[in-house]
Design a protein around this ligand. Structure first.
Ligand SMILES: O=C(O)[C@H](CCc1ccccc1)CC1(C(=O)N[C@@H](Cc2c[nH]c3ccccc23)C(=O)O)CCCC1
Ligand SMILES: [Zn+2]
Length: 311
């Protein structure tokens, strides 16, 4: 209840000071924020008791816990402020984050109920909770689950992954890279929406594709869900920023219109089995609904999907 809500402080993985809502209880403090929906809660997976991360005072020193908690709050606020959505289910579902999952685990995940973050091995990855775009990526899987619920394999799965990347970079607004803050191996990020072929995908050791003709057609990674997502990522980038791609010129319409177009397509028009071609139609329809059927936005969407070879 409101009386226990406190403002607490902490230092993130990279030492930056943060301030966030937490809760006082039994003379201690815990990473449980009751001011957002039914709550934002963060726990340390190593304690095994599913207890929220606690502190004897208002200063939290577990960097992963501080970052996971603050990033979940930022992502909650993004969905509320940008789309009027109250958490992953639009009904205030509690946002749970677990940190220090696995043994130097070089990954993160959404398991249908919570976000989980590995500490990374310090060679390939820093603690993944430090990535705001990672938290937003994981929470967006929760949003997708409660909306189009795109099947997690082949083209529908690549769209699932692409939406998670799109809203990942929209929350962490500074660039079009996923994971730029958490790479320990000197690469610029995990994936680039601006130039997918700048980076190599780990399983196939191939550059991420930036055109449908370069799609992965194998069975690894559930049919390349983290690989072919880059085709739709490039299209979304072009809708927003514009550019010349495979001899097609796209006149971008900016991040504000792009995030509204993709959110409307995801929540109103896509279904579990939607493929890339349906993604094109859904984005055209959403852009038309929002900005008019003869708008720059509709033109940008058509040009962008032409540019990546999706019709
Ligand atoms: O949410 C997701 O799609 C990814 C979840 C992966 C997963 C799936 C099932 C069970 C456990 C983990 C996690 C992220 C991801 O894109 N992982 C990629 C890339 C990757 C990260 N660490 C790796 C280590 C080895 C190979 C690939 C990877 C993957 O798992 O493919 C998202 C943002 C950053 C990490
Ligand atoms: Zn994902």
């Amino acid at each position: 209840n409101a009386t226990n809500d406190v403002t607490a402080f902490g230092t993130g993985v990279f030492g930056e000071r943060k301030r966030f809502e937490a809760q006082a209880f039994d003379g201690m403090f815990r990473l449980f924020d009751e001011t957002r929906g039914d709550g934002v809660v963060t726990f340390d997976n190593t304690t095994g008791t599913n207890l929220d991360v606690v502190s004897i005072n208002k200063m939290f020193t577990d960097g992963s816990a501080v970052d996971a908690h603050a990033n979940a709050q930022i992502t909650y606020d993004y969905y509320q402020d940008t789309f009027g959505r109250n958490s992953v289910d639009d009904n205030g579902q509690i946002l749970i984050s677990a940190v220090h999952v696995g043994d130097n685990w070089n990954n993160a995940s959404w398991n249908g109920r919570q976000m989980s973050y590995g500490d990374g091995d310090g060679i390939r990855f820093h603690p993944l909770a430090a990535g705001l775009d990672v938290a937003a990526h994981e929470m967006t899987h929760g949003v997708i689950q409660h909306t189009a619920n795109l099947i997690y394999r082949n083209e529908s799965g690549a769209l699932n992954e692409s939406f998670a990347d799109i809203f990942g970079v929209m929350v962490d607004r500074d660039d079009w890279l996923i994971g730029e803050a958490i790479m320990a191996d000197g690469t610029i990020g995990l994936r680039s929406m601006e130039d997918p072929t700048d980076l190599i995908e780990r399983r196939t050791q191939a550059p991420y594709p930036d055109h449908w003709s370069r799609r992965y057609t194998g069975t690894l990674d559930n049919g390349g869900v983290h690989i072919n997502s880059s085709i739709n990522n490039k299209a979304a980038y072009l809708v927003s920023e514009g550019g010349e791609h495979f001899d097609v010129t796209v006149n971008g319409v900016g991040r504000e219109k792009t995030e509204q177009i993709y959110y409307r397509a995801l929540t109103l028009y896509l279904t579990r089995s939607s493929d890339f071609s349906m993604m094109r139609e859904a984005a055209i329809q959403a852009a038309g609904d929002l900005y008019g059927s003869n708008s720059d936005a509709v033109a940008a969407v058509e040009q962008a999907y032409d540019a990546v070879g999706v019709y």
